[in-house]
Design a protein around this ligand. Structure first.
Ligand SMILES: [Zn+2]
Length: 330
């Protein structure tokens, strides 16, 4: 479908506005898209599990919905969900083979869908003033993400001499947890555009950073892409990537062209050593705090104070193997 993205804007959150295409509808005309798709909730028993929202309250996955029109819900996004659902039983290699666009759309739908839902949910369910969890204007900060999500419904081409895609997408094989209730994990960092999802035997990490971390990961994490990670090890990689994202010193810039409803984005060079480094110094303590949070381990065990940080991977070149059947976690 030809969609004009020349003057794309993030929709103002409303129950009558589709979160993806931004079209406004009359009351009662819009369906509700599950932010976490029904197949996902069924496969990983998520209906009654809860997600923590930005204000610290919890919401069951089954209640987390966002207004979407029939075309976006039943056609554009359904296609993406179907592709991921079909590839998942074949493991990480099959999921990776879906390519950057499908995986980005799948992850971004959850990330942005949660935000859109938060812009509609009342901050205080008892208060009369209908202040929302997320101030609706905050969605404007995600303009580029929302713009690139339009690839679900129109042709959107990305070009760069430096990176594969406008976001880093990393896919890892993970051992399946013996307990079906522990086979799913979602976490994101709204301020730094990071998402990590563990679903069964696959872990996916996405960072909206012009592909900068993926370029590094292809060197540093190469052996991990084919290692059967323990869920703890996947958390360790997630913490590494989330902490690294905080040191990113660039805001990727694009030249976009829109012709006959087809959009092309050319990413400008991020620059290397000639200017300031793309990543600033790594903060080991911040990383340690993140790792402690992600793994629910006490900080004094993760960060004993001698400068070292606990690692379950030990070596990126020859990662340590931990059998999840013998050592289940979480
Ligand atoms: Zn729509």
């Amino acid at each position: 479908m030809a969609v004009d993205l020349t003057k794309h804007e993030v929709p103002v959150a409303s129950r009558g506005t589709c979160f993806l295409c931004g079209q406004e509808f009359g009351s009662g005309q819009l369906g509700q898209e599950h932010v976490f798709a029904k197949w996902l909730q069924g496969k990983f028993c998520l209906w009654d599990r809860t997600l923590v929202l930005l204000n610290g309250t919890e919401i069951p996955y089954r209640s987390l919905k966002t207004p979407a029109c029939a075309a976006c819900n039943n056609v554009s996004l359904s296609k993406v969900e179907a592709k991921v659902a079909r590839a998942l039983p074949d493991g990480a290699a099959a999921v990776r083979a879906l390519g950057h666009e499908v995986l980005y759309l799948w992850v971004a739908k959850m990330f942005f869908g949660i935000l859109y839902a938060e812009a509609l949910l009342p901050l205080d369910r008892k208060a009369r003033e209908a202040e929302s969890i997320l101030e609706p204007g905050a969605l404007d900060g995600f303009r580029f993400m929302h713009l690139t999500m339009q690839a679900a419904r129109t042709s959107l081409t990305f070009n760069s001499d430096e990176t594969k895609y406008h976001s880093s997408i990393m896919v890892f094989p993970v051992q399946e947890h013996p307990n079906p209730a522990e086979r799913f994990m979602y976490r994101d960092d709204v301020n730094f555009g990071c998402v990590a999802v563990r679903l069964g035997t696959v872990g996916v990490i996405c960072v909206t950073d012009g592909g900068a971390q993926e370029r590094l990961a292809d060197e540093v994490f190469a052996a991990l892409y084919s290692h059967q990670l323990h869920p703890l090890q996947f958390e360790e990689i997630s913490a590494k990537v989330f902490a690294k994202a905080r040191t990113f010193t660039r805001t990727p810039k694009y030249i976009s062209t829109h012709v006959n409803g087809e959009s092309t984005f050319l990413q400008m060079p991020m620059g290397g050593l000639s200017e300031s480094p793309i990543f600033a110094d790594y903060d080991h303590e911040e990383y340690a705090r993140m790792l402690a949070t992600f793994t629910s381990h006490p900080l004094h065990l993760i960060w004993p104070g001698d400068g070292s940080v606990q690692t379950w991977i030990r070596s990126y070149k020859e990662p340590y193997f931990i059998d999840v059947a013998e050592h289940p976690w979480p």
